[in-house]
Design a protein around this ligand. Structure first.
Ligand SMILES: [Zn+2]
Length: 152
């Protein structure tokens, strides 16, 4: 799990995290196999959980990477419920962009989410709306990190 691909934005972000030069929004939480990112979305709280190497499929994961992923999905949902009043989370994985680099979307499903943005239509926050700027993403990253539960 150490492959990197030149020109891949997630691999470049992974290198910045390893070098200690990444912004807060690029590393809400990091583990051995994953890092959690405050996504460049219009929806506050939308996170990406990206593999720390250029894995392309869930079938590429080691048992420990898969276990960490499950833990992060649970912990991230707890943080969204606590900090963004989510009633649950949405989890999506396509990995069609980013040169196929394996990453998951973890998005807050709030009680007041408009009906026309529910389910897969939530992707309109990324496809249609103006994304949050970098400073807003950094602030969201700090909030989520503070709300992140300890491993249990
Ligand atoms: Zn990559």
């Amino acid at each position: 799990m150490t492959e990197t691909v030149k020109g891949c934005p997630l691999c470049e972000g992974n290198a910045a995290v390893s070098a200690g030069s990444a912004a807060s929004r690029e590393q809400i939480v990091t583990t051995e196999h994953w890092r959690v990112i405050a996504h460049r979305s219009a929806l506050p709280g939308w996170m990406l959980i990206a593999a720390r190497s250029h894995a392309r499929s869930l079938s590429d994961l080691s048992a420990s990477a898969a276990a960490e992923l499950g833990m992060l999905l649970s912990q991230g949902t707890i943080a969204l419920e606590k900090e963004f009043d989510a009633i649950k989370s949405y989890v999506m994985q396509f990995s069609e962009g980013m040169l196929g680099h394996l990453h998951f979307s973890l998005a807050p499903r709030t009680a007041d989410l408009p009906e026309d943005r529910r389910g897969a239509a939530i992707s309109a926050y990324n496809a249609k709306d103006t994304p949050l700027d970098d400073s807003a993403r950094d602030e969201i990253a700090h909030r989520l990190r503070a709300a992140w539960p300890a491993h249990s």
